[in-house]
Design a protein around this ligand. Structure first.
Ligand SMILES: [Zn+2]
Length: 79
């Protein structure tokens, strides 16, 4: 079961935000879910085998919480 807060936000990381000319975006509900995707992307696409502390810090700061807009099916037509 999810709380309302968890349902209404997701985490988004854009590769561009850490300085690459790249359109890659990772998203997920939890940091633990999104970070491995980012690390894998950086390794495969940008040949970064090891991330130094500065890069880890940049990644952490570039993960943004984005609200999910939930479209409510509350009858506009009936109003
Ligand atoms: Zn990238």
């Amino acid at each position: 079961m999810y709380s309302i807060n968890e349902q209404m936000a997701k985490l988004v990381f854009k590769c561009r935000d850490i300085g690459f000319e790249c359109n890659y975006e990772a998203n997920g509900k939890y940091v633990d879910e999104i970070v491995p995707k980012i690390i894998e992307h950086l390794r495969v696409v940008h040949n970064l085998e090891k991330l130094d502390e500065e890069m880890k810090d940049r990644i952490a700061k570039s993960i943004n919480k984005v609200p999910i807009k939930i479209k409510m099916a509350v009858g506009k037509k009936t109003l």
